[in-house]
Structure formats: C-alpha cells, structure tokens
Design a protein around this ligand. Structure first.
Ligand code: NDP
Length: 233
C-alpha cells in the first residue's frame, strides 16, 4: 500500500484550520485535527465530507506544555511520524487595543498561543518529522513591519505574529539540513470568527496555507507568503 502522508493541523475545530484539515484529507493525507476541546473537534469532523478515518481528532492545547507533549506521544504511538505540521491555532485580533495603554496580561495570553504555541508544537513534533516534511506557520500581514508601518492597531496580535515570522527564519537553520521546509503564510483577510464579516472565503484562506504544503523539496524555506507571493517582512 502506498504510504499516506500524515498532517497535523492545530486549532482545527473551526475557521481556516478546519478548512485546511478537510482539504488535506480530500487530497488523500491522513489528518490529525488538533482541538483543545476534543468534543468540539469531534463535532467539527462531522462537517467534513471525507472518507471515514481520514481525519482523527487529537486533544491539543498549544499553550499547555503537557498537552502538546501528550499529543506528540500519542501521534508517535498511533502514527509513527508527521509529514506536515500546520501551526494554525491563533487568538485575539486585538483591534480594540493600543500599545500605549495595553493590558500586558492580555498581551502575554495572546503571545502564549500565537508565538509560543507554534514554537512549542514545533519543538515536540520536529523529532517526528522526516525528510520531505513541511512546517507552515499561519501568520498575518499584521505581523509585517512593512505592511503595518504607522499603524498602532492590534499590538498584541501584531507583535506575536512578527515574532512568529522571526521564528520562521530561525527554525530552518536546523530543519533545512533535515529536508524539512519551514515557511510563514498569511491567509489574507478571511471571514471567520477571528476575521469577522467581509473577508474572503475560508477556502481561499486555506489555499494560501496549502501552497506552502505543496512546495517541491527544493522550494523556498524561511519565507513569508500570501497566495504564493512573497510578503515583505
Ligand atoms: P478562528 O478564531 O476562527 O479559529 C481559531 C482556532 O484556534 C480555533 O479552532 C481555536 O479553538 C484555536 N485555538 C485557540 N487557542 C488555542 C489553543 N491554545 N490551542 C489550540 N487551539 C487553539 O481563527 P481563524 O481561523 O481566522 O485563524 C486561523 C489562523 O489564521 C490564526 O493563526 C490567525 O492568526 C490567522 N489569520 C487569520 C486571519 C483572518 O482574517 N481570519 C488573517 C490573518 C491570519 P477554540 O474553538 O477551542 O477556541
């Protein structure tokens, strides 16, 4: 039997993550749908029109070291390895905040998920990854210095995403020699719980993410892209 590639998508019980999980399963990958609330994850799977067993739910709170460690142990035991890691989980587009009077507890909470969550998950999953692997950090244009120059909006979110972009530059130093590509992608403005109304479809947002999964082995690493086009840092 042909080897089926295995993908882990974090924060995949709704929004862009759920669409990415469904799309990957449609393409024939076995998908581990990470959800911090396993019941929500199980409900989400019911929404996907994919063959039974193609998507498996795994309890995964990226802000909880024990949860990420247990997920890695579970995946190693059940699946043996991971080919694709989508660091998608994210929180709190803090449009109501300004840097000058920010609630730093809130900033800490945001960065705990948006930066440290992706970092922690990659630390635990990288040992399970093999040559040909892909790590995709779902970032945002809000984390681009070039794109947000002059804007004071979303301080916690923007700073967390900018740091996630820097992580995307650091990780390939160790992972490229192992044949694993690491890139950051922006899904664009997408109509989800986070993005609100008016954005583009989750299908379009997911396509921007999946572009970095489909890269050839000699494709770019340590880059930042939206719809396959480079985004200025
Ligand atoms: P949603 O708010 O729709 O979904 C966020 C997902 O992340 C949910 O499944 C949520 O789970 C999960 N999550 C939150 N905290 C944790 C945690 N600690 N551990 C595991 N999962 C967690 O957001 P989107 O789908 O819009 O966003 C997905 C990604 O895309 C994010 O990284 C976001 O920053 C990025 N992005 C989105 C844009 C947009 O316009 N929507 C624009 C640019 C970037 P739960 O249901 O349990 O809360």
């Amino acid at each position: 039997m042909a080897h089926r590639r295995i993908a882990l998508v974090t924060g995949a019980n709704r929004g862009i993550g759920l669409q990415v999980a469904g799309d990957l399963a449609q393409r024939g990958l076995t998908v581990i749908l990470g959800a911090r609330d396993i019941a929500k994850g199980e409900q989400a799977v019911q929404q996907l029109a994919v063959p039974a067993g193609r998507v498996r739910v795994c309890a995964l709170d990226v802000a909880d070291d024990g949860s990420v460690r247990q997920a890695a142990e579970h995946i190693l035991r059940e699946m043996g390895h991971v080919d694709v890691l989508i660091n998608n989980a994210g929180v709190d587009y803090d449009v109501d905040a300004d840097a000058i009077d920010a609630d730093l507890d809130r900033v800490h909470r945001d960065i705990e998920v948006n930066l440290f969550g992706a970092w922690l998950t990659t630390i635990y999953m990288a040992p399970l990854m093999r040559r040909g692997g892909r790590v995709v950090n779902v970032s945002s244009g809000a984390g681009s210095f070039a794109e947000t120059a002059g804007s004071g909006a979303t301080p916690a979110y923007s700073i967390g995403e900018a740091a996630l972009n820097m992580l995307t530059v650091k990780l390939p130093v160790d992972l490229r020699p192992r044949g694993i590509l690491v890139n950051a992608v922006c899904p664009g403005w997408v109509a989800t719980d986070m993005g609100g109304r008016g954005g583009r479809s989750v299908q379009d947002g997911a396509a921007s993410v999946l572009w970095a999964v489909d890269l050839p082995d000699d494709g770019p690493s340590a880059g930042f892209f939206c719809d396959g086009e480079p985004v200025p840092w």
